[in-house]
Design a binder for this molecule. Structure first.
Ligand SMILES: Nc1ncnc2c1ncn2[C@@H]1O[C@H](COP(=O)(O)OP(=O)(O)OP(=O)(O)O)[C@@H](O)[C@H]1O
Ligand SMILES: [Mg+2]
Length: 400
């Protein structure tokens, strides 16, 4: 028997969904027969292909009806159905008024119409036509419903992603605003101090009171140094955040660098009864950016000196597999467990009677952690209130 059905050989091109919310993207087939074709020949076509769900009756390219497998079986199974219809044109048993939708109809609308039909079931098929009414294929209501579910799920996910992104942006904005407020505040105090002290020095020098000038000058210099430190910190941090910090790696001898940092800590400690020790295996070297490593260690050592009243500050280094681990340990005031997460937050100086009395911008650790990350390493902290604090910096032995 020659093929009664025109059956596609290629996969349906329309099934690559360019418009995933349009009916045309989800054709289940494009089989068609002439309306005058004999029922028995069409039935043979159905029995030959188990996956065939429906054929459209098409004359001159235009759909005139639709025959689904279910409808064919019902008609033939009726009393004498086969004898009655076998030689009749297929149009006698087909659905003469199937739901016809244009390919560019939105999924949701087509589904609504399909399910609103009096005899609707999810095993129905709809006929899909071009804008000019030419037959393109058929689509199962079940598949359209499944796709509509996916579309809804997708848009729900997209909405969620957009919402999260908006919230993240808000958070970034809030952090920026807070940063700016803090930075301005931190800058204003030393600037005011400098202005007042400079005025006092001017008055004293006009009066020829050299003694008063000498008395005020150290304070003026201290305020200027604080201001410079703050400005440098803020600039460092904004450069780091903007990703404008370059890394110049070279072999760095650890021992001399740590000795240098230890001397600085002793200087900062002044008269405090704190011993400073460096425990470095000789010959230990690491390939990294010397200036940045020094900056991290200076930050950690000056914190240790600032927050330790008695006991010791120990600077340690050791090689562990393909990394070098540097630690700055002190026997200072320590940090409460609940404050640890705030250490690396800009201007996160802890609201604590013990540390409030100490000068600082609360940027040192933020910068240090950013620098550590930039160098491919990690900066961590362990601390116990009243016992002491250890900051550990782990750096890769070699830059990759
Ligand atoms: N070794 C330490 N012992 C106890 N508390 C510390 C120690 N290091 C840091 N902290 C706490 O963490 C806070 C933040 O430290 P960070 O170095 O970022 O800022 P800072 O030292 O206050 O100011 P800056 O370093 O910018 O001059 C400190 O104010 C202090 O409360
Ligand atoms: Mg500090």
């Amino acid at each position: 028997m020659e093929a009664a059905l025109r059956i596609r050989e290629e996969p349906l091109a329309a099934n690559a969904p360019e418009h995933p919310d349009r009916v045309g993207a989800f054709l289940t087939g494009d089989e068609q027969v002439h309306p005058d074709e004999q029922v028995q020949r069409v039935a043979a076509g159905f029995f030959a292909r188990a996956d065939l769900e429906a054929v459209a009756l098409v004359r001159d390219g235009r759909p005139e009806g639709l025959l689904t497998r279910g409808r064919l079986l019902v008609k033939l199974a009726r009393n004498f159905g086969h004898e009655l219809y076998a030689r009749k044109p297929v149009s006698r048993i087909a659905d003469q008024a199937p739901l016809v939708v244009p390919a560019d109809a939105p999924l949701a609308g087509a589904l609504e119409r399909a399910l609103a039909r009096p005899s609707a079931t999810v095993f129905d098929e709809v006929v899909v036509v071009s804008g000019r009414g030419a037959y393109l294929g058929h689509a199962s209501v079940r598949e359209l419903a499944r796709q509509q579910g996916l579309v809804l799920e997708r848009s729900r996910l997209e909405r969620q992603v957009a919402l999260t992104r908006a919230r993240d942006l808000e958070e970034v904005e809030r952090v920026r605003a807070r940063f700016l407020a803090h930075a301005t505040h931190e800058l204003r105090s030393p600037v005011n101090a400098i202005a007042i002290l400079a005025e006092l020095v001017r008055m004293a020098s006009e009066r020829g009171s050299l003694e008063h000038v000498r008395e005020k000058l150290p304070m003026l210099l201290r305020a200027a140094a604080t201001l410079r430190g703050t400005v440098n910190n803020i600039l460092d941090l904004s450069r780091l955040e903007a990703g404008r910090t370059e890394v110049h790696a070279a072999a760095v001898e650890v021992a001399p660098l740590v000795d240098e940092v230890a001397s600085l800590a002793r200087l900062l400690l002044g008269e405090k009864p704190v011993e400073v020790r460096a425990e470095i295996p000789p010959g230990l070297a690491v390939e990294t950016d010397l200036q940045k490593l020094r900056q991290i260690l200076v930050n950690l050592a000056s914190n240790a000196a600032k927050f330790t009243e008695r006991g010791a500050i120990v600077l340690r280094a050791e090689a562990v597999r393909d990394a070098v681990r540097l630690a700055v340990a002190d026997t200072g005031c320590g940090i409460r467990a609940e404050d640890l997460p705030r250490l690396f937050v800009p201007f996160g100086q802890l609201e604590d009677a013990h540390t409030k009395s100490h000068a600082g911008t609360g940027l040192g650790l933020v910068i240090s952690r950013s620098l550590a990350t930039l160098l491919g390493g990690e900066l961590t902290v362990a601390s116990r209130r009243g016992e002491g604090t250890t900051f550990t910096l782990e750096l890769p032995l070699r830059r990759t």
